[in-house]
Every structure is written in structure tokens, then in C-alpha cells.
Design a protein around this ligand. Sequence first.
Ligand SMILES: C[S@@+](CC[C@H](N)C(=O)[O-])C[C@H]1O[C@@H](n2cnc3c(N)ncnc32)[C@H](O)[C@@H]1O
Length: 216
Amino acid sequence: MADGTKVADKQHRGALGAAYAAQRPEEVAALYDRWAGTYDADMSAAGYRHPTICLALLARHLPRGAAPLLDAGAGTGLIGEWLNIAGYPEVEALDISQGMLDQAARKGVYSALHRLALGSGLPFADHAYAGIVAAGVFTSGHVGTEGLDELIRICRPGGVIVLTVKNTLWEPGFAARIAEVEAQGSVTRLEETRPYVSMPGETDTVPSRCLALRVR
Ligand SMILES: C[S@@+](CC[C@H](N)C(=O)[O-])C[C@H]1O[C@@H](n2cnc3c(N)ncnc32)[C@H](O)[C@@H]1O
């Protein structure tokens, strides 16, 4: 059993390490397509924390029943399941990887699934969503500040965006961009957690923080 755990851990580190190093969105999608079948078990073994922290912040700032929500970079739907249980009745999933979306679909908790890439224009109307959550997406090799403006555009005034940002992206780019959109009056920062390790079961992981933004 100990050997089996080690093998799973190595596979996980390999998949995530490759995803962090990816250069192009198609590469990221292909990596996650291959990982999708074992992602939930691997992340559970690593003590993955982002979904729990995101859910806590969202539930603190967005009333039960708010709809619709968008799980941006939903992956296999770990958060979707919990959003549903916590009382958000209509949640849509967006992800660049069809393999991850196929796993999410099997959970039966999303009202729609969109295979789309964050980082450029999204085919959704202004103010379409009451809330948006993006867990583990604003991280190395995935999506940078270029993904933020569209999320703000498609979230309705008064709505909440909860996102995690890895430290490697925070300074200098992300911190400055969040400060900028705040100064422009597009969002108010409701909360920012202290940096925490999202996968305590992994060695040498860079901390992330979770933010809750109110769209104005
Ligand atoms: C670490 S996983 C997090 C998944 C899920 N939010 C969770 O917490 O389990 C990152 C997800 O982001 C997706 N992703 C990476 N780049 C993306 C992009 N440009 N647009 C949309 N999804 C992207 C990946 O396919 C993957 O499902």
C-alpha cells in the first residue's frame, strides 16, 4: 500500500508539474485530458484545499440560492458538487479540457458545460452570472491576469467572484491588476486570505491566496 501511494503521488506530481510548465493552452488541455480519470483521487490524496476555501468565501458573501453561478476552470467538478449541496441551485462549468468536463458531467450537478478557454473573449452576455468561482486556475502555466477582465464583465453588479491566485503570479502582475480594477471602481475586494499551501501532501509547493471580489 505504501508503494502504491508513492506511485500515485509521483504520477500526480508529474501531471501537475507538466501542467505548470505548459506553454500553450492546447498543451494544458491535453495534459488535463490525460489526467482526468485519476484527478479526484490524486487531489484527495494531496489534501487539496482550494475548493473548500473557495466555497467558504463564496458562501460568506453570496446568499444561498443566488443563480446562475459559473465554475470557471471547473475541472472534474469538485466544487460544483459542494456548491450544489450548499444551496446554489444552478451552476455552469467552463473548462478548456474536454476530458475534465466529461468527468464533471458524470457528477450530474452542472446545468451546462462549456468547453472554452479563459484568457480571451467569452461568449457570454455582460452580467450573465450572479457569482463566479475559479479555483486553481490562476496559477503557473494556466491563466494569468488576461483572464480576469472577462470574468468581471460577465458577473452582474453586486455579484461575487472568488478566485485563487498562486504566489508566482501574485507579484508583480496580479496584485497590481487587482489594485487597478479596484481603483477603477469595477470591483471591491471583500476578502483576501493569507497565503496557504493548497496541497499539503505535496513537497515544495508554492502557496496561493484566495480572494473574494464584489463586482460593482
Ligand atoms: C488545478 S485544476 C482545478 C480544477 C478545479 N477548479 C478544482 O479546483 O479541482 C485547473 C483546471 O483549469 C483548467 N484550465 C487551464 N487553463 C485553462 C484555460 N485557459 N481556460 C479554461 N480552463 C483552463 C484545466 O483544464 C483544469 O481543469
